[in-house]
Design a protein around this ligand. Structure first.
Ligand SMILES: Nc1ncnc2c1ncn2[C@@H]1O[C@H](COP(=O)(O)OP(=O)(O)O)[C@@H](O)[C@H]1O
Ligand SMILES: CC(=O)N[C@@H](CCC(=O)OP(=O)(O)O)C(=O)O
Length: 257
């Protein structure tokens, strides 16, 4: 069995036409599959509406108790259930899960070093309930996982969705062949961020370092690629970064360890 782990972020979820196209293609994707979603942009918008200014450090949200409530409502509630309902309407038997449901992702609260991230969780390497996910997939269910995890002692935690995707992909590679596809609003990793057609076909550790040094690869693309390399090192067969509009096309940037 091969499992495709597909991730979409908030920029796509917040764009109705892009989301519709992506979910229609995801529903058509053959074989075993898992959807992981973020929604950072939507949580930031709701946070501002509630009078709380979002704070991000190195691509991670500083998550105080009030922010944890907002992200839980947004990711595990509103967005997860909207995605599940839409997939159900497309004939895909989606099952929405936070990391607490069926103990599917156990994380540790990030220790305070120079930055106190608050209720942010780093998933444990052995923290994924792979047997539950494998059984669910065998019954034809499609897990739809959000960016909320738990510590096993009743505490919910906020975890970057790219990290959830690589954690689940790594863990499932112990029971199956796994492909990981990060879908976003651009056509791939670009050599000129202002030219959407300048897709780099292959990123390896050597050109990654050079592009980072030249400030061609910046911001959210750095943790995404770090997660991609880590996934390949820990058993994932293939990692691709492509447009959410081209899920079913051979396209985008392939990552090589
Ligand atoms: N070289 C690059 N090619 C493409 N995107 C890049 C590049 N460098 C930085 N980025 C930024 O990385 C972002 C994707 O990361 P992120 O914001 O975390 O997306 P998502 O929320 O979809 O996971 C893009 O929206 C883009 O602004
Ligand atoms: C700890 C942390 O930063 N969590 C992320 C989880 C959502 C996410 O990753 O959403 P995108 O994929 O849309 O960026 C956040 O709250 O923004």
């Amino acid at each position: 069995m091969k499992i495709s782990v597909i991730k979409i972020g908030g920029n796509v979820i917040d764009h109705p036409e892009k989301l519709e196209k992506f979910l229609t293609e995801f529903a058509k994707l053959e074989g075993a599959k898992i959807l992981v979603h973020g929604g950072g942009k939507i949580a930031s918008g709701l946070s501002k509406q509630m009078g709380i200014t979002p704070k991000m450090v190195d691509g991670r949200r500083i998550t105080d108790a009030q922010t944890l409530d907002i992200v839980t409502m947004t990711y595990a509630g509103l967005l997860n259930k909207k995605l599940v309902a839409k997939l159900q309407s497309l004939g895909c038997n989606a099952l929405g899960l936070s990391g607490a449901d069926a103990g599917v992702i156990h994380a540790d609260k990030r220790p305070v070093k120079t930055v106190d991230y608050g209720f942010v969780g780093d998933p444990r390497d052995d923290g994924v309930n792979t047997s539950f996910l494998a059984t669910a997939i065998k019954t034809g269910v499609v897990p739809v996982m959000c960016a909320i995890t738990h510590d096993g002692e009743g505490q919910l935690l906020n975890t970057n969705a790219d990290t959830i995707a690589s954690t689940v992909a790594k863990a499932m590679s112990s029971v199956s062949d796994v492909d990981l596809v990060y879908c976003f609003e651009k056509k791939g990793v670009l050599s000129d961020p202002s030219d959407d057609d300048s897709v780099i076909e292959l990123v390896n550790p050597e050109n990654y370092t050079a592009y980072k040094d030249k400030k061609v690869i910046t911001d959210g693309m750095i943790p995404k690629l770090d997660n991609a390399f880590e996934a390949l090192e820990k058993g994932v067969s293939r990692v691709v970064i492509r447009s959410s509009n081209d899920l079913l096309e051979p396209s985008g940037t392939e990552i090589l360890a």
